[in-house]
Every structure is written in structure tokens, then in C-alpha cells.
Design a binder for this molecule. Structure first.
Ligand SMILES: [Mg+2]
Length: 286
């Protein structure tokens, strides 16, 4: 068992790419869709991703909805939350309106640099390895990594690492203390710059707070009843703050572990990506 006491878990939060999907895959497996559906019959779940709402809907949710048994659908949607844009915006699913509605939104620090101006400057800097995504995100700035003709996932991850260091140099050239205003998150398929106070750790807190406010859930001070799973906990990984241990019980299903716990099989081997996530979900469902 990886979880000391699965009965204490009241809600779960998952990174999307590389955590509920496997590295380089755009959609969750049937097995993962079933596991998430069954988990959401029991407790609230949140997907916490660098993607914006529309990208989550087209890449994750629409696929999941096709796979869910009709009798489990209503409960699944009632218990589904989305923390998008790397922790900068939270949504709950309104089953009456049949759509997501926003419950919090962070703010880009316009007084430091105008967001549009920042996007233009950054786009030039990263042009060899990727491009800034205009008009899709509401708060964060995202650089999408070029996929190349061969779509080789390791090459894509390498380009993403190049972008990460370019963004870091760019920000530190302008502001030696840039981490007071901005966080850089490398998701492997893209790099996100988010307001420092609206990273994925804020997402955990806001998720806990909305469950308390709207549904009467009780949590300890640091939300230790929320299980948190991601795959990029390294410094400047986009789960670094998600899995830093400030809030929730963090597990890493990526190569790095840092402040999170690894997920292991009985024989001690590590379980990575969706295999690790499935193992933890099964421990809760047992
Ligand atoms: Mg990820």
C-alpha cells in the first residue's frame, strides 16, 4: 500500500498530461476513464492542468464522457472540478446549465509587465523551439513546444527544456527577483508562465475551500485529506508547487520525486505515469 490510510482521503486532484494520460498520449485509457468514473461516484475529483478550459474539454472531458456508463454520469459531473491554467482558474461543473462555471480566477501582474507585451517579446525569444499561444488562455502565458515532423516525444521534451531555460533567462534579465511575480512551469509539451500566487498549490487550497463552502466538507489546516498526484515535481516543473507538500498529500508518478512520495509496486519497483495513478485510485476504491 502506498497510502497509509486510504479512508482519510476525502477528495483527489490529478495533473492531466503524463498523470492521467501517458507521456505523449492525448487521451486517457479506457481503464483510466473507468477508474476516474468509479472514484467520482465516491468523492469529488479535480483535474489540475496547464491547459485552458476548452483544451481540457476537447482533449480529456469529451473522451471521458463517451466512455462513462449513463447511470454514473450525473454523479461524475456533480463531483468533477477543473483547475485550469496551471492553478490560475478554477471551475466546477454546473449540472443544471450543463457546463463549467468559474469559481475563482488569479490575476496576471500587469503592473510588472503587460501580458500582451510579454507574449510578443517571449514569442521572439523562443521561436526556434516553440511559439506563444495567443488568445486561448485567460490568465497564464503558454509556450507550445513544436512537435516536429516525427512527433518524437523525447525530442519534444528536449525542446520544452530549451524553452524553459530561455524563459528563465528572459525573466531573470528583466527582474532578478522574478519568482516573486511569476512561476515557470515546464509540462514537457509546453511551458507555462503563471502569476506566482496562482500556481497549482493555490488550486489545492481553492478546491478544498469550495468543497467546504458549497458542500460542508471539513479539512485539516493544510488539506491533508486531499490526495494530489502529478508527474513534474522538479524545480520549474509544472507540478513543482502542486507537489511541494504545502497542501494535500503529494505523490509523484514522474521521474523525479522531490517532496512528494513515489508510487511503488509490492516488489518496490516504481509505477510511473498512468500506472502509478491507477494504483493509487485502486487503493482508495478498495
Ligand atoms: Mg504533467
Amino acid at each position: 500500500m502506498n497510502l497509509e490510510n486510504p479512508n482519510l482521503i476525502k477528495a483527489c486532484m490529478f495533473d492531466m498530461d503524463g498523470t492521467i494520460t501517458d507521456k505523449g498520449m492525448h487521451y486517457p485509457s479506457q481503464e483510466m476513464a473507468d477508474a476516474l468514473t468509479n472514484l467520482a461516484q465516491k468523492m469529488p475529483i479535480a483535474i489540475c492542468t496547464g491547459r485552458q478550459l476548452e483544451s481540457f474539454e476537447s482533449h480529456g472531458l469529451n473522451y471521458l464522457l463517451k466512455e462513462i456508463q449513463p447511470k454514473k454520469l450525473e454523479r461524475f459531473l456533480e463531483n468533477l472540478y477543473l483547475v485550469a491554467e496551471n492553478g490560475s482558474i478554477g471551475y466546477n461543473f454546473n449540472t443544471d446549465l450543463d457546463r463549467f462555471q468559474e469559481f475563482y480566477r488569479g490575476q496576471w501582474p500587469e503592473e510588472i509587465i503587460e501580458r500582451n507585451n510579454f507574449m510578443k517579446q517571449l514569442d521572439e525569444e523562443v521561436s526556434e523551439f516553440g511559439e506563444v499561444v495567443y488568445e486561448a488562455h485567460r490568465v497564464v502565458v503558454v509556450v507550445r513546444t513544436f512537435h516536429g515532423e516525427d512527433n518524437d516525444i523525447d525530442k519534444i521534451y528536449n525542446r520544452s527544456a530549451e524553452i524553459e531555460s530561455i524563459v528563465k533567462s528572459f525573466l531573470s534579465e528583466h527582474w532578478s527577483n522574478f519568482e516573486e511575480f511569476f512561476h515557470i512551469g515546464n509540462a514537457g509539451i509546453g511551458v507555462v508562465v503563471c502569476p506566482a500566487d496562482s500556481d497549482k498549490d493555490r488550486g489545492i487550497k481553492e478546491f478544498g475551500d469550495i468543497l467546504t463552502k458549497s458542500r460542508g466538507y471539513e479539512f485539516s489546516k493544510n488539506y491533508r485529506e486531499i490526495l494530489v498526484i502529478g508527474d513534474n515535481p522538479q524545480i520549474r516543473g509544472n507540478d513543482h508547487y502542486f507537489l511541494a507538500g504545502k497542501y494535500g498529500i503529494p505523490f509523484s508518478v514522474g521521474d523525479h520525486v522531490l517532496n512528494a512520495s513515489p508510487v511503488k509496486e509490492k516488489n518496490g519497483n516504481r509505477l510511473l505515469h498512468s500506472a502509478g495513478t491507477l494504483a493509487l485510485i485502486r487503493e482508495i476504491l478498495q
